[in-house]
Design a protein around this ligand. Structure first.
Ligand code: DGL
Length: 265
């Protein structure tokens, strides 16, 4: 694999831009190709078989660019499709869940961890398995938070209704003594002001995308796939349905000058 090729990143929509932002910060000289499968969003309420099929199409598109590695920025697609995609792909494929669990494990002091994610991610128990593979001493509880994705899409990052929804979900936790919360969905880091307002400063919040960016930097360096020297990396954005750069997620993370190219998958 040539180290000068871009890194491919895909998500069910635009939430994965939170992951891309972290990747860019960790690997500023890399070129990235981002694909947001907005036409099929949400993945988080769909069955494993359907999400695996969608994910494979996204990966095939990225491989056609071509790319030197594929990042599954979507927690749901990582949860249900990482293994099947890896089996069919020649370049390295990375998901966000293992990195998120690793960062959660590093962050916790009392071993009590709460994972917030989509319904499909929760159902897959991928985070539970990832935490278990790291330690058998943790108590990990999961809560599905389907209403948070549309609130992030609407740009209600710091909004009384978002705070109330978060409060209502957290009230479902059986164990209230968690010291670490994993934001196991691409959209949730955007809601950070609301999470902080509800939970205070004490609870540690883990962003799986940021954890992956750190892991990836080390991994690509080890595989000698990192670009050394040269200009800042370039970005290309593709979506499966037209997107305006004025939607809140895009303008907040990348400004309004981003251009999306349309693809039909
Ligand atoms: N990208 C998805 C995830 O991280 C959230 C949006 C969706 O349900 O498709 O799980």
């Amino acid at each position: 694999v040539k180290d000068s090729l871009p890194i491919g990143v895909f998500d069910s929509g635009l939430g994965g831009l939170t992951v891309l932002e972290e990747l860019r910060r960790a690997l500023p000289r890399e070129d990235f190709v981002y694909l947001g499968d907005v036409a099929r969003l949400p993945y988080g309420t769909k069955s494993g078989n359907v999400v695996r099929r969608y994910a494979q199409r996204c990966v095939d598109f990225l491989l056609g660019q071509p790319v030197k590695a594929v990042i599954i920025a979507c927690n749901t697609a990582t949860a249900v499709a990482l293994e099947s995609v890896r089996e069919q792909t020649q370049v390295p494929v990375y998901g966000v869940i293992h990195a998120g669990a690793f960062a959660g494990q590093e962050a916790t002091s009392n071993g009590r961890i709460l994972v917030l994610a989509t319904e499909s991610t929760v159902r897959s128990e991928a985070y539970l398995r990832a935490f278990h593979s790291l330690s058998d001493k943790n108590l990990v509880e999961q809560i599905a938070c389907p209403l948070l994705v549309p609130l992030a899409e609407a740009g209600w990052f710091d909004h009384p209704i978002t705070k109330e929804v978060i409060r209502t979900y957290l009230a479902q936790a059986k164990h209230k003594d968690y010291d670490t919360v994993v934001l196991g969905c691409t959209h949730y880091p955007l809601l950070l002001p609301s999470f902080r307002a509800v939970m205070g400063e004490e609870v540690r919040l883990v962003h799986s995308g940021a954890a992956l960016a750190r892991e990836l930097e080390q991994e690509l360096t080890r595989r000698s796939l990192v670009q050394s020297g040269g200009a800042p990396g370039k970005l290309r954005f593709f979506t499966t349905d037209p997107v305006s750069s004025h939607v809140p997620i895009v303008s907040t993370l990348f400004g309004s000058s981003v251009e999306f190219e349309l693809v039909d998958l």
